[in-house]
Design a protein around this ligand. Structure first.
Ligand SMILES: Cc1cc2nc3c(=O)[nH]c(=O)nc-3n(C[C@H](O)[C@H](O)[C@H](O)COP(=O)(O)O)c2cc1C
Length: 327
């Protein structure tokens, strides 16, 4: 099983949801960058549970820098950031070994790795694996520099686009023992024209690669995306208004030919409804060899999108840092 991403800014994520620890090893971090454990606090806090609609599993999420930093300055060697898992309740997951959850990974993990594979807490497929990704995102943002700004918002929950109604939509799903999905939009300003390569290392290709690594992501679109193709070319084309290549509209989401065109990069990410729900579901039981009702136990997010904004942002920062270093 490999878990690496990136050429110049290369990350390897290790561990699992209920393993003693998890973390990230990063190669390609330039020397002499200021970096301390306190720098991770704000982004890690944005990913933490606590808000209504998020999992009751609370973790300290304290980052430990194990290598690559001396006296709060990077030394140019491999950077490792580790976290401990402290609040696990593994027995909740025994039932899924023989009775796989619909739309979760239990069945494919069993078929691919065998019945004994450790899927406690979702194992290496868990949303918990996005914790080290957020940490790597903090480092990537540092490489991109203070001129690059990320604005990330939830633009849709459960099909509702009015943000004033989001809490109500999540609450209604929770009352029914159910879950809801959402759409996250991330806008990035300050990426200079020229970042990205033609074809396989295009900004879209590299960004989509890492965005789809986030568990529960089922769609990615740039600029006006799917809706934009309903327009005629004359309505959709982005008129260029100055020598820097600024455009009046931004249907391209800041990318042409796979290369950043200097306008804001705009990406939207679809996060599916949490697969584990407390409502009864019918699903195949491997022991009894028949379809049986599943009453799933455990602590789960009712709406993953509530916690995933900063993860999307981290993924984009990692992709853009990698491409910026390639440039
Ligand atoms: C931040 C975050 C939190 C998540 N929390 C849960 C959860 O509480 N329960 C659950 O069943 N899935 C959760 N997931 C999603 C599963 O990990 C994911 O659906 C599963 O591994 C199957 O992968 P797929 O949805 O990409 O096909 C979460 C994902 C993220 C990014």
């Amino acid at each position: 099983m490999t878990n690496g991403f990136g050429e110049r800014f290369h990350i390897e994520i290790y561990g699992a949801s209920h393993a003693p620890s998890l973390g990230v090893r990063i190669e390609g971090v330039p020397a002499n960058m200021e970096l301390s454990e306190a720098d991770f606090a704000a982004d890690l806090e944005r990913r933490r549970s606590g808000r209504r609609g998020t999992t009751p599993r609370r973790e300290g999420d304290v980052p430990h820098i194990l290598s690559g930093v001396k006296d709060s300055v990077t030394d140019g060697t491999l950077l490792e950031i580790a976290f401990c898992n402290e609040n696990t309740r593994s027995s909740d997951y025994e039932q899924f070994r023989f009775h796989p959850r619909p739309s979760h990974v239990d069945l494919v993990a069993r078929r691919k790795y065998g019945e004994e594979f450790d899927l406690r807490g979702g194992g290496p497929f868990s949303g918990r694996m996005t914790l080290p990704m957020v940490a790597a995102g903090v480092v990537a943002k540092r490489i991109l520099g203070s001129g690059v700004h990320f604005t990330t918002t939830i633009v849709e929950i459960g099909g509702e686009r009015d943000s004033a109604k989001f809490d109500e939509v999540v609450e209604a799903a929770m009352r029914d023992g159910d879950s809801v999905g959402g759409v996250i939009e991330c806008r990035i300003s300050g990426i200079e024209c020229g970042v990205g390569e033609p074809m396989f290392d295009s900004v879209e290709s590299v960004a989509a690669h890492i965005l789809f690594a986030i568990p529960a992501v089922k769609g990615v679109e740039f600029g006006s995306g799917f809706a934009g193709v309903a327009l005629r070319g004359s309505a959709r084309n982005d008129a260029i208004i100055d020598a820097d290549g600024r455009t009046r509209t931004n249907n391209e989401g800041g990318i042409n030919g796979g290369i950043a065109n200097g306008n804001d990069i705009v990406v939207r990410v679809a996060i599916k409804p949490t697969p584990t729900i407390s409502r009864q579901q019918q699903t195949y039981h491997f022991g009894n060899r028949q379809i049986e009702p599943l009453n799933a136990k455990g602590r789960h997010d009712a709406c993953i999108a509530l916690r995933a904004g900063v993860v999307v942002e981290a993924a984009m920062a990692i992709a853009l840092a990698d491409l910026t270093l390639q440039k």
